[in-house]
Write a protein that binds this ligand. Structure first.
Ligand code: ZZB
Length: 260
């Protein structure tokens, strides 16, 4: 699976994270949260970044001034994909729980929310997929729409500020079947009530992928008016050229054959 890894630069740590990381990083260095996405063309619509609250993340040295926050598993994969300056070697400078990162303010490349977006908790983040960090595009991802809706409703319970989950959802892709807020339309159409409705969310995701890819037209950005199918690789390349993203592949899953 070929992902695009996006670099979300930390602008301001949550107080807990600040405390934990004190003295562990050079003063003038940058730390990036690095979500893996299959939809780089939707980065205009990022409204927050998800971590699994119970997942333990590492902060890994990329070069003198650059560090990535991802799972150990992702760092190991990255080491073999020449992401770190020393091929094959991994240097972990700190460990931190997702729950302690929640509230951190990050700069999300291409996002129309240029002031930054917050790191928020998502219970359904899989530690075994991608980098364990997920960037949220509630206009076009049904999982993200269901999660931000839930977070906004129960902000106190999740220990977050309501406004962090209520960032404006700006339409970025127009589609003939589901309008320009594809995820919202599908969540309502399939009567998805919470992020726990995993079966319907899976179906909504498939529909959103197909419609977005084959029928979607970008409404914003440099490739406004172009078909998603055409614009997608261009947005990806632009992000990579700007060093705001890089290619990241997931190793092949071992398939155990039925015949043994
Ligand atoms: C931004 C985005 C915007 C995404 C969108 C999707 C959509 P898939 O399809 O199941 O292979 N993701 C990445 N890593 C994880 C993880 N560890 N746990 C849970 N979710 C994860 O999954 C690929 C997508 O799942 C990725 O692409 C990421 O969300 C999320 F408009 O990034 B995506 C219709 C989907 N639209």
């Amino acid at each position: 699976q070929e992902y695009t890894a996006i670099k979300l630069r930390v602008k301001e740590w949550a107080p807990k994270a600040e405390e934990i990381l004190k003295g562990k990083l050079p003063a003038d260095s940058n730390v990036f949260l690095v979500p893996a996405t299959l939809r780089p063309e939707t980065m205009y619509g990022q409204t927050c970044c998800f971590v699994g609250p119970k997942i333990t993340y590492g902060i890994f040295k990329v070069s003198e001034k650059e560090y990535y926050l991802v799972t150990d598993r992702a760092a190991r994969n990255m080491a073999y994909q020449s992401v770190f300056s020393k091929e094959g070697s991994i240097e972990k400078v700190a460990e931190i729980a997702g729950s302690d990162v929640v509230g951190t303010l990050v700069h999300a490349p291409l996002s129309l929310h240029t002031e930054g977006v917050r790191v928020l908790p998502m219970e359904t983040v899989l530690p075994t997929k991608g980098t364990g960090v997920v960037t949220s595009v509630p206009s076009d991802s049904p999982d993200d729409y269901a999660t931000v809706t839930d977070l906004a409703k129960k902000a106190a319970y999740y220990g977050i500020k309501e406004e962090w989950a209520k960032m404006e959802i700006i339409p970025i892709i127009d589609t003939p079947s589901y309008g320009d807020l594809c995820a919202k339309t599908l969540v309502e159409k399939l009567k998805i009530a919470s992020p726990k409705d995993t079966k319907q969310l899976e179906e909504a995701k498939e529909l959103a992928y197909k419609e977005g890819y084959y029928q979607g037209i970008l409404k914003v950005g440099e490739f406004k008016g172009e078909k998603v199918e055409v614009a997608k690789p261009k947005v990806r390349q632009q992000l990579i050229d700007a060093r705001e993203a890089f290619a990241y592949s997931e190793p092949e899953k071992k398939v155990v054959s039925r015949s043994g």
